[in-house]
Design a protein around this ligand. Sequence first.
Ligand SMILES: CC(C)(COP(=O)(O)OP(=O)(O)OC[C@H]1O[C@@H](n2cnc3c(N)ncnc32)[C@H](O)[C@@H]1OP(=O)(O)O)[C@@H](O)C(=O)NCCC(=O)NCCS
Length: 234
Amino acid sequence: MSEEAVYAAAERTQAGKIREQYTALSRLQTLSTVLSAVPEFVLVLNKDRQVVFANNAFVRFLNMDSPASLCGRRPGELLHCMHSGEMIEVRELRSGDLDAVVSLLGQLDEVTSTDSRVRDRSVHRTYELMVRFPDLYRNYVAVEHSRIVGLISLVFYKTLLHEGGTALINELVVSNSERRRGIGTQLIKAGIAAARECGMDEIEVGTERGNRHARRFYKHVGFNLEYVLFGMEF
Ligand SMILES: CC(C)(COP(=O)(O)OP(=O)(O)OC[C@H]1O[C@@H](n2cnc3c(N)ncnc32)[C@H](O)[C@@H]1OP(=O)(O)O)[C@@H](O)C(=O)NCCC(=O)NCCS
């Protein structure tokens, strides 16, 4: 007789809802005071098994700034469980992914100023152009249970004074309910592997000055702050 494996649902609660759940719990003064005084670890999880509250002992154990920074993640991810990133596949972007990618790119609105109407029109057209030049453009998506949860888009270029070549990250975004699970890191690795394959020997990215999260992320994955990028729109 064969035993059927039963898996917990992969669905996650949206980031906005997680914030509401965290705020609601933090407002329960007696509860948070009591939990914070407990020396053992206490986590409150929502129906999707995501942390919506953690006591001081657990926050200190992880060396995090505040309970808010843990919210939305699953216990296994916080403890770097060996299986937490296993369901993620990183593969090349396909035309069938584009609608999901358009909605994912909408999450960049929180960090950049793009006109969403232009973006929705141009993504399909630009993708058609890019696939004709695979030595110049590469796009990869992170997929979990057939759901697109991340994207990296790169351009490879040469300059007269540089024998190798440079991979420039144009867009990198991870779905806001899936952040801090190592997906951004996996996408960077895929980008570097593709860049190497195309003969590039460095990778660069520009990010908004105020995007503290991205700055921490890029430092964490090994980027150094090397240049100041000037820009002019016309
Ligand atoms: C930046 C971004 C792509 C990171 O993706 P991610 O999947 O959450 O990143 P990872 O889980 O691989 O993070 C790796 C490490 O980077 C650092 N890091 C990532 N996000 C961070 C944050 N919000 N605050 C502080 N450090 C952070 C941490 O050291 C993290 O390791 P840890 O979780 O074990 O502490 C994601 O936050 C995102 O899509 N942001 C919005 C879009 C954006 O700003 N893109 C970059 C524009 S160029």
